[in-house]
Design a protein around this ligand. Structure first.
Ligand SMILES: [Fe+2]
Ligand SMILES: [Fe+2]
Length: 243
């Protein structure tokens, strides 16, 4: 697990987040398929069901999200948040596009809907921005362990490149969302809810994609420890912004 609590990005306001996202957007990954030697059928069966699900999950248009973001920006007089969130959605769509390119290379079709993505989308719309961000950041923390495991499932250089880019982008996302959560109520009830939601999400993801995690060096105990560890860091950062 990577420690992100000491990152200087934890001191960013939305103006700086905007700057970061715009700079990162100029460094988009050009996937190099020239060293690709192919995947075995076993490898394809192992990795593509989860890649299809994550490809779908990364590719939201963010329409409802932007609606609640604007409410928040108005309430807290943080107009820069709207642009930062637009940039964030754009970055997530890039993630979806990287995975799509990889699937296209191997002739794998996208999924219109997946069970987990459907659950995440419904849950995000249950409340306002706090609910949206809580669900989003939980998925992003799980993505960190997923892409780490996925990168070790095969020798595919293109997939390793994509996973490295995902990890590079997702770590700041956790800090960005934690900063927003720090503006909202965050007593023991909110913290308990976040732990409960993480626990409730870890179970179906493990049931669906444990093979990827196991091949990538994660047993159940490491899977829980690392994801809960990221949550602990996010909660710590949310409280830290108070002082
Ligand atoms: Fe992403
Ligand atoms: Fe993300």
């Amino acid at each position: 697990m990577i420690n992100i609590t000491h990152s200087k990005m934890n001191r960013f306001n939305y103006k700086l987040w905007n700057k970061y996202f715009m700079a990162n957007d100029r460094k988009r990954l050009q996937i190099d398929f020239s060293k690709e030697t192919g995947l075995t059928e076993t490898e394809k069966k192992l990795i593509f069901p989860s890649i299809q699900a994550f490809q779908k999950g990364e590719g939201s248009d963010g329409a409802f999200l932007m609606y609640v973001v604007e409410e928040f920006a108005f309430k807290y007089q943080k107009k820069e948040y709207i642009e930062a969130m637009r940039q964030f959605v754009k970055e997530e769509n890039w993630h979806s596009a990287y995975l799509k390119k990889y699937m296209d290379y191997y002739g794998v079709k996208s999924k219109d809907r997946t069970f987990l993505d459907e659950c995440f989308r419904r849950l995000r719309k249950l409340g306002g921005l706090k609910c949206e961000i809580t669900v989003l950041v939980t998925a992003e923390m799980i993505a960190l362990t997923y892409y780490d495991a996925l990168s070790r499932c095969t020798d595919s250089p293109a997939l390793k490149e994509i996973c490295a880019q995902m990890l590079h982008d997702e770590l700041p996302h956790i800090m960005f969302q934690s900063y927003t959560l720090s503006h909202m109520e965050k007593g023991w009830f909110d913290r308990t809810l976040r732990v409960f939601f993480m626990a409730a999400t870890l179970l179906p993801v493990w049931i669906a994609y444990h093979e990827v995690y196991l091949h990538g060096g994660y047993n159940l105990s490491r899977y829980i420890r690392e994801n809960m560890g990221y949550l602990k860091q996010s909660i710590f950062m949310t409280k830290k912004y108070d002082s």
